[in-house]
Design a protein around this ligand. Structure first.
Ligand code: NAD
Ligand code: TDX
Length: 333
């Protein structure tokens, strides 16, 4: 089997490529990645002899057509992925997330190639803290940010290409991932690397916003489950019952790194900040038999802290530029 993995040099994509190389040695993998600020060849270190790496843009129809023609399946991870960046400048989000997905859909339509679309729970908007409900496959789309609205638009195109053109596609909407090789702009790695640098962690607003954490390997094992056994045209929600508020997570990181749990700053809140995400993954569990292996967030977080401590050479080149984007945030308490 030959698969084309877009965004394979990013956080989730690179973990997918490593997992696939380790568990499915017969699968030939080609990575298509534009190597934006978020893509890093070092994330694929050790695999250079086993995979093909193509530097290119998912919105470039020529390169996409050529690579899709040679693939049995496409797994589309490539995206602009950070909400804060989308508030500062939405334009690359529109190009990559919407035009990029359109370009891939046209290629898989032409070459009749199986397509799996990686998306996010953020397309559903947010829930109140006291809402007993969780997102399901039937929840209406209601995105809040430029990032989530472009992901929502890309999902809707996939649904339309399935219905109108018979494209053999599936979609997954996953909750917040954590684990190795996540860019230091994101919440958990930003705080771990701040503490290593002797800088106080930064909590947005009151910090009571809830995210539903899942280890990146559990996400990627679910993606393989859907690729192999998913029903064409179906959307699957991926989540591991990992709801925690940001305040709890930041305090856990501090204590896990031997610091006082309260040694952090509250900074200006994110505009339009979603309050709570929560995933009901019953369909994936009951219909396809998937279950997360990292049931214990505390152990997964401790392993992630260890990874950033041991791999400073990987994250150090990103750190100053990532923090420079946050200079407008002021400490409120
Ligand atoms: P990331 O920002 O770490 O990686 C994105 C990758 O895509 C990078 O390697 C980047 O170079 C590449 N890329 C960006 N624009 C490109 C373009 N025009 N052409 C080719 N490559 C391009 O993102 P991530 O956190 O790994 O997210 C991967 C996917 O998973 C995204 O589709 C995201 O929406 C989705 N997702 C992420 C999370 C999460 O918690 N991080 C949760 C659910 C879904
Ligand atoms: O310094 C910070 N302080 C803070 O309190 C940062 C960077 C974030 N936060 C808060 C904002 C969120 O409530 O932490 C939470 C997590 O923030 P992010 O890591 O930016 O993730 P989020 O906005 O929830 O989106 C993530 O999950 C869904 C990914 O970035 C998306 O790609 C994915 O779709």
């Amino acid at each position: 089997m030959r698969i084309l993995v877009t965004g394979g040099a990013g956080f989730i994509g690179s973990n997918f490529v490593h997992l696939t190389a380790a568990t499915r040695p017969d699968v030939q993998q080609t990575v298509l990645d534009a190597f934006t600020y978020a893509g890093d060849r070092a994330s694929l270190a050790g695999l250079e002899d086993r995979i093909e790496i193509v530097e290119g843009d998912v919105a470039d129809a020529e390169v996409v057509d050529r690579l899709v023609a040679d693939a049995d399946a496409v797994v589309h991870f490539a995206a602009e992925s950070h909400n804060d960046n989308s508030l500062a400048d939405p334009s690359p989000f529109v190009r990559t997330n919407l035009i990029g997905t359109f370009t891939l859909l046209e290629a898989v339509r032409k070459h009749e190639v199986r397509y799996h679309h990686i998306s996010t729970d953020e397309v559903y908007g947010d829930l109140e803290l006291d809402d007993p409900g969780r997102f399901t496959e039937a929840t209406p789309y209601n995105p809040s940010s430029p990032y989530s609205s472009t992901k929502a638009g890309s999902d809707l195109m996939v649904r339309a290409w399935v219905r109108s053109f018979g494209v053999r596609a599936t979609i997954s909407n996953c909750s917040n991932n954590y684990g190795p090789r996540q860019h230091v702009e994101k919440f958990i790695p930003r705080q771990i690397t701040n503490i290593i640098d002797g800088v106080r962690p930064k909590l947005y607003g009151d910090g009571l916003n809830v995210r539903d954490w899942i280890h990146v390997d559990d996400h990627n094992r679910a993606v393989w489950t859907i690729l192999e056994r998913g029903e064409i045209g179906q959307t699957y929600l991926i989540g591991a019952n990992g709801e925690k508020n940001n305040k709890e997570v930041i305090e856990q990181i501090l204590t896990g790194m031997g610091k006082d749990a309260h040694d952090y700053d509250h900074v200006t809140d994110r505009a339009g900040h979603d309050r709570r995400y929560a995933i009901d993954s019953t369909m994936l569990r009951e219909k396809l038999g998937w279950a997360p292996e990292f049931a214990d967030f505390d152990a997964g977080l401790a392993a992630t802290i260890d990874w950033y401590r041991a791999n400073e050479a990987w994250w150090r080149p990103q750190k100053a530029a990532a923090e420079a984007k946050y200079t407008g945030q002021s400490v409120i308490s």
